[in-house]
Design a protein around this ligand. Structure first.
Ligand SMILES: [Zn+2]
Length: 223
């Protein structure tokens, strides 16, 4: 069973650019910094002491980086394609794409890597664009299942390839640093579309190429 089979690949969740069902009233920068000051006080420290005085401003600058994905349109990234591929019709794979995301339940970091493959139909996209797609979706408040599905669905929708395969391995800060304290646990999610879903040998080629520890042999994650 595909672990993401329940996610509809045309669900409103995966539209882009990011659209909220209701308008978001964005606070001012000063209000955002004030919120950080409140959290410092909530943690039990003095926001006026020297080491913390610049912290709210720094946190908000970090937020601009961590959540830069809200301002980007992933479909647009894939608009430029190359058609002179000399009949190349084998798998294109970019593996070990490192990313940092934040879980939407705790806003704790998710540190992981993504493996993204597709089977082109007449046209290919610049390889760096695959990494950029991962980045755009990672830099939002997320759950790993949705990042995985969004990357696969966007490639499928825009490039119309013969198939798309996305596997993500992630370590979740909300689990490693608190709660159950599973410091070494990683979560694996996958989304296989087209030939990668329908043809076991194509899926196997992808899984062998990414050399995912244990998963390719066990067969229980991807069958
Ligand atoms: Zn979490």
């Amino acid at each position: 069973m595909n672990i993401l089979a329940s996610i509809d690949n045309r669900s409103p969740d995966v539209q882009s650019p990011f659209k909220s069902p209701k308008p978001i009233s964005r606070p001012s920068r000063a209000e955002a910094e004030q919120a950080v000051t409140t959290l410092i006080r909530w943690a039990g420290d003095d926001p006026d002491r020297e080491g913390l005085i610049e912290t709210p401003a720094r946190v908000i600058r970090a937020y601009e980086e961590w959540f830069a994905g809200y301002g980007e349109d992933p479909d647009e990234l894939l608009q430029r394609t190359f058609e002179e591929v000399a009949g190349y019709d084998e798998m294109v794979l970019l593996r070990d794409i490192r990313f940092v995301s934040h879980c939407e339940h705790h806003m704790a970091p998710i540190v992981g890597r993504a493996h993204v493959g597709y089977l082109p139909r007449n046209r290919v996209v610049g390889i760096s664009k695959l990494a950029r797609i991962v980045e755009v979706y990672a830099k939002r408040m997320q759950i790993q299942e949705r990042i995985t599905a969004e990357i696969a669905n966007t490639l499928d929708r825009v490039l119309r390839p013969h198939g798309v395969a996305v596997v993500i391995e992630g370590a979740h800060g909300c689990m490693t640093s608190r709660g159950v304290h599973q410091s070494r646990a990683t979560m694996v999610t996958s989304r296989m579309l087209g030939a990668f879903r329908d043809r076991p040998e194509t899926r196997q080629e992808f899984l062998s190429a990414i050399n995912l520890r244990g998963a390719a042999e066990s067969g229980n994650l991807f069958s």
